[in-house]
Design a protein around this ligand. Structure first.
Ligand SMILES: NC(=O)c1ccc[n+]([C@@H]2O[C@H](COP(=O)([O-])OP(=O)(O)OC[C@H]3O[C@@H](n4cnc5c(N)ncnc54)[C@H](O)[C@@H]3O)[C@@H](O)[C@H]2O)c1
Ligand SMILES: O[C@H]1[C@H](O)[C@@H](O)[C@H](O)[C@@H](O)[C@H]1O
Length: 353
């Protein structure tokens, strides 16, 4: 997209006091690996009101290559990108363990951030972000739980909220990936993958998760040596809804994310049949997405548009925020503990600032 006109106008008194409505939000993407490049393309070609102005990655050659591809500035120091006066807002798409530092710096700079999930990889570090944002007194951080923007999840949430099927009793979830990136470890099945079901459970039921148990059955011979894949996760919500998740990240053939609701007076499923289902002499069936970019492509597009719209109107966040990121981090941390001990672990989020 070529940006034409005015950029964000900072309040002259304080960079932290908010933006005026403006034509274009100048965005830098930090971390331009697989996901960051996809988001850079989204901002450069699709998201109305956004202008991709810079990319930054600790991998200098990658920064230069991606900057060249999109015709934007390459900023080699990610911290300099955060404070750059020609950058209004940031997308953080670096690995989870780097998020805390970068998000805190963005809060210092008073800039809106869309941070990919997970917010951070521990409850304590996410809590620091919650507290810092509360001290600032304005919301600046949105977390990239894109499933909240998926049509199926929104329909299921509305169905539960309507009460038509009575109270929810179970959510049965399956989360399957074809393969994992190199060095993906057994904790990451929880921290990087099941974190989506943790957030989706909170989104669908409107309740916090109070306990979790993780069981690792035999591992698939198709999984890399030493990886405990698959795993089976059982979560309990405040009112006693039971949520089970089969997480299996080396299916070898495709990407699948399903949820089945069992409620008192009815049942519903999402994620089973995406796209067309055919029937011919060749057989019956549909296609299976190859990865999350295909399965949730529309959700990422909506997520980005709504975020940019929120930045333009000064509200900065339209979707999951830091408390959602913190709650998910706390549940996942408990899940990792359970994976190692086999015990049911309770979660206490403490007071919400
Ligand atoms: N929402 C989703 O469905 C989804 C899908 C995939 C990945 N993700 C998330 O996106 C993030 C990135 O994942 P990915 O798969 O693209 O990883 P990746 O490894 O492909 O890319 C990460 C990039 O960040 C760079 N980097 C590392 N530390 C950095 C730092 N301190 N500053 C700047 N750059 C740094 C690396 O050099 C690399 O280019 C993760 O948080 C991941 O969980 C989300
Ligand atoms: O980082 C990715 C991403 O978040 C995907 O949405 C999820 O399906 C994968 O399991 C995870 O590794």
């Amino acid at each position: 997209m070529t940006s034409t006109s005015s950029t964000l106008v900072l309040d002259p008194d304080s960079a932290r006091q908010g933006y005026d409505r403006a034509e274009t939000v100048r965005v830098a993407v930090l971390g331009v690996g697989m996901m960051g490049q996809d988001h850079a393309r989204r901002l450069a070609t699709l998201t109305a009101g956004a202008e991709l102005v810079a990319v930054s990655d600790v991998d200098v050659a990658r920064t230069d290559a991606v900057a060249k591809e999109f015709g934007v500035r390459a900023i080699h120091d990610p911290k300099a990108a955060i404070t750059d006066p020609e950058v209004d807002a940031l997308v953080i798409a670096t690995p989870g363990f780097t998020h805390e530092e970068l998000v805190l710096l963005a809060l210092d700079a008073g800039k809106p951030v869309l941070c990919e999930k997970p917010l951070t990889t521990s409850a304590q570090t996410s809590r620091r972000i919650v507290e810092k944002e509360a001290e600032l007194g304005r919301r600046l951080v949105q977390v990239g739980f894109m499933r909240r923007f998926d049509a199926g999840y929104q329909q299921l949430r509305a169905l539960i909220a309507s009460g038509e099927y009575g109270a929810p009793l179970f959510l049965h979830c399956a989360h399957r990936n074809a393969t994992t990136p190199p060095n993906f470890n057994s904790e990451q099945l929880m921290l990087d993958s099941v974190v989506h079901e943790v957030d989706a459970t909170r989104f669908l039921t409107g309740e916090e998760i109070v306990a979790i148990r993780v069981i690792a059955p035999r591992s698939s011979t198709q999984a890399p040596e030493g990886l405990r894949d698959p795993q089976f996760v059982i979560m309990e919500t405040e009112s006693g809804v039971l949520v089970d998740v089969e997480i299996f990240v080396n299916t070898t053939f495709g990407y699948e994310v399903r949820t089945e609701l069992v409620a008192e007076k009815g049942q519903a499923r999402i994620g089973q049949h995406e796209g067309i289902v055919t029937q011919s002499a060749a057989g019956w069936g549909g296609s299976i997405a190859k990865d999350f970019k295909e399965r949730f492509g529309a959700a990422y597009d909506i997520e980005f548009q709504r975020w940019i719209d929120a930045v333009r109107d000064g509200s900065n966040v339209d979707g999951p925020g830091v408390w959602d990121g913190y709650a998910a981090a706390a549940v996942c941390e408990a899940g990792v503990r359970s994976l190692h001990t086999g015990e049911r672990v309770e979660i206490d989020l403490g007071p919400r600032p």
